[in-house]
Design a protein around this ligand. Structure first.
Ligand SMILES: N[C@@H](CCC(=O)N[C@@H](CS)C(=O)NCC(=O)O)C(=O)O
Length: 212
């Protein structure tokens, strides 16, 4: 099996989190942002993550891959019930976190942006999705002022750091990884404890070393 990803991609981070937590021996290949051919050959369109299975078939969609891998490699890890309040938070805060993180990711050090052509393709894709990226950087204080009350709210919702995990945790974690590229962002204590415990257990690195 092989997993195709972009390092910055929050959907890919869902699968990377499960892979890390379950210590799966699953090779990872980073696809360049201007490589249309590889994902199209596998799933007929330019999207990651993609899991290439042992039989050569390819599976798209992060949560499908997460469920498949969790079922394939016993014991199952994602045994906690859905947490609707957490999913609702991820839905609301996600849009804000994307607007903070994406312009910084376009300037960041990620393997999928390793060539000038790949970075240019990514910048073009994100300008199509988010508009003027410099304007988003300039709006950092306003975006953080909107996000901080949401982070305080999350501090009251977050499960204990050593608790049972479920799909809601898998959806939330990548948003906090994205936020780690925002230098001024601060996690409240319970959120930080949960996040740092998952980082340590999964042996993943976040983007804080290149925070801007
Ligand atoms: N619903 C998909 C979304 C995956 C997705 O949007 N991936 C983005 C990267 S974050 C992508 O590959 N975009 C490529 C493009 O649109 O060119 C999933 O959960 O896997």
């Amino acid at each position: 099996m092989k997993l195709y990803i972009y390092q910055h991609c929050p959907f890919c981070l869902r699968v990377l989190l499960l892979r890390g937590l379950k210590k799966l021996d699953l090779p990872v290949q980073v696809v360049l942002e201007n490589d249309v051919e590889t994902p199209t050959r596998l799933i007929g369109r330019k999207k990651v993550p993609i899991l290439q299975k042992a039989d050569g078939s390819a599976m798209p969609e992060s949560m499908d891959i997460v469920r498949y891998l969790d079922a394939q490699f016993a014991p199952p890890l994602l045994t906690a019930a859905e947490r609707p309040a957490l999913d609702d938070w991820s839905e609301r805060a996600g849009k804000l976190i994307f607007r903070l993180a994406v312009p910084r990711i376009t300037r960041g050090d990620f393997a999928e942006l390793a060539t000038p052509e790949a970075r240019a393709a990514y910048i073009e894709r994100e300008i199509r999705a988010f508009g003027d990226l410099d304007a988003l950087i300039a709006a950092t204080p306003e975006l953080l002022a909107e996000l901080n009350p949401l982070l305080t709210e999350l501090d009251g919702l977050i499960p204990p750091p050593d608790g049972e995990l479920g799909e809601s945790d898998i959806r939330l974690f990548p948003l906090l990884v994205l936020l780690s590229i925002v230098k001024e962002a601060r996690l409240p204590p319970a959120v930080a404890a949960w996040y740092n415990a998952l980082l340590a257990r999964s042996a993943l690195s976040d983007f804080s070393a290149q925070a801007q």
